[in-house]
Design a protein around this ligand. Sequence first.
Ligand code: ZN
Length: 65
Amino acid sequence: MNLQPPKAPAQPDEQRGLVCPGCGCQHFWVVYTRASWGGRILRRRECRHCGRRITTFEQSTERPR
Ligand SMILES: [Zn+2]
């Protein structure tokens, strides 16, 4: 038997402090992800509870010194 739980993402939304501005929950699903300018990642998220959509930008690469 080899029952392993699915791997958790490296940075769950809960640990980023991402909170829905509509209902205050932290449960989102990602509508889509795309690369943006400046080496950033644009993520479109939708709240599972109230349907509020938010857009986040994330730095995908390590910053040069
Ligand atoms: Zn919400």
